[in-house]
Design a protein around this ligand. Structure first.
Ligand code: 5GP
Length: 240
C-alpha cells in the first residue's frame, strides 16, 4: 500500500559537537545582518538506500567548510549507528515536544517514524556565513524550500528502482514490509524529481560525487551571491 505524504511540516546539528539537549535544540536562530554573507543552504533528497550518505562522506572533505546537519529521529538505531553521529535518536514524546516548541526547521513521518532537522544549528551556521547540507526525504525538502526560497535542491536518483530494491535488501536492516514502504516512497519521490534544481544519478559512486561536488562549487561561484563589499574588494587598486 502506498503511504500518502502529508503536505505540511518543519527540524537540525553538527557532527563535531556533543549531542544537544532538547532545550538547546529549541533556541531560535539569529537575525541576519544584510552586509554579512549568509551561508548557502543545500538540500540533498533521494530514496532511502540511494547512497546519499556515501556521496556526502566522499564529497564533503573536498568541499571546504560545510556544516552537515544531524537529524533527530524516532526510528530504531541500526547496528553501528551512534547517538549524535548519524542521528539524534529520541523518543516520540521528545520529538513531539520539539515540534510543539518550534525547534524543528522541518519534519516528516517516514515509514512510521519521525525524522526532523533541529532548527537552531542550521540558523546559526547560515547566519555565521557557513554553508549547510541537509539530507531529507521529499516532504521535509518541500518544507525547507517553502521557508528558504534560495535553498539549492539536489535530487539523488538510483539508476533504476530494481537497483534501489537490490541495495535496500543488501543492507539487511529492514523487514519486507518496511522495504515495500520505502520503495513506495521512492516511487513518489522519483515522480517529483522535476521540483528539484539538479539531479545526480548514483550509478557509479565516484561519478556521482563529482557531479554533486560540481553543483556545490558552481553555486558558491554564482555572481548573484556577491555582496557590495566583494565588488569593492575586486575594485581595490592597492594591495591589502
Ligand atoms: P533512514 O531511516 O534510511 O536513515 O532514513 C529514511 C529517510 O529519511 C531517508 O530518505 C533520509 O534522507 C530521510 N531523513 C533523514 N533525516 C531527515 C530529516 O531530518 N528530515 C526529513 N524530512 N527526512 C530525513
Amino acid at each position: 500500500m502506498v503511504e500518502s505524504i502529508p503536505d505540511e511540516q518543519r527540524l537540525d546539528r553538527t557532527r563535531e559537537e556533543t549531542p544537544p539537549t532538547v532545550s538547546e535544540l529549541d533556541s531560535p536562530g539569529k537575525s541576519q545582518d544584510l552586509e554579512h554573507r549568509r551561508g548557502i543552504l543545500f538540500v540533498m533528497t533521494g530514496a532511502s538506500g540511494v547512497g546519499k550518505d556515501s556521496i556526502r562522506r566522499v564529497a564533503l572533505p573536498q568541499l571546504g567548510d560545510i556544516h552537515f546537519s544531524v537529524s533527530a529521529t524516532t526510528r530504531e538505531k541500526r547496528p553501528g549507528e551512534e547517538h549524535g553521529s548519524q542521528y539524534y535518536f529520541v523518543g516520540r514524546d521528545e520529538f513531539e515536544s520539539l515540534i510543539a516548541n518550534d525547534g524543528l526547521l522541518e519534519y516528516a513521518d517516514y515509514v512510521g517514524d519521525y525524522y526532523g532537522t533541529p532548527a537552531a544549528p542550521v540558523d546559526e551556521a547560515l547566519a555565521a556565513g557557513r554553508d549547510v547540507l541537509l539530507e531529507l526525504e521529499l516532504v521535509g525538502a518541500r518544507q525547507v524550500k517553502r521557508k528558504h526560497d534560495d535553498a539549492v535542491m539536489v535530487f539523488i536518483a538510483p539508476p533504476t528502482l530494481s537497483e534501489l530494491e537490490r541495495r535496500l535488501r543488501g543492507r539487511g536492516t529492514d523487514s519486507e514490509e518496511k522495504i515495500q514502504k520505502r520503495l513506495a516512497r521512492a516511487r513518489e519521490e522519483i515522480r517529483a524529481m522535476r521540483e528539484f534544481d539538479f539531479v545526480v544519478v548514483n550509478d557509479d559512486l565516484y561519478g556521482a560525487v563529482e557531479v554533486f561536488s560540481s553543483i556545490i562549487r558552481a553555486e558558491r561561484a554564482r555572481a548573484g551571491r556577491l555582496l557590495d563589499a566583494d565588488i569593492a574588494a575586486f575594485l581595490r587598486e592597492t594591495d591589502a
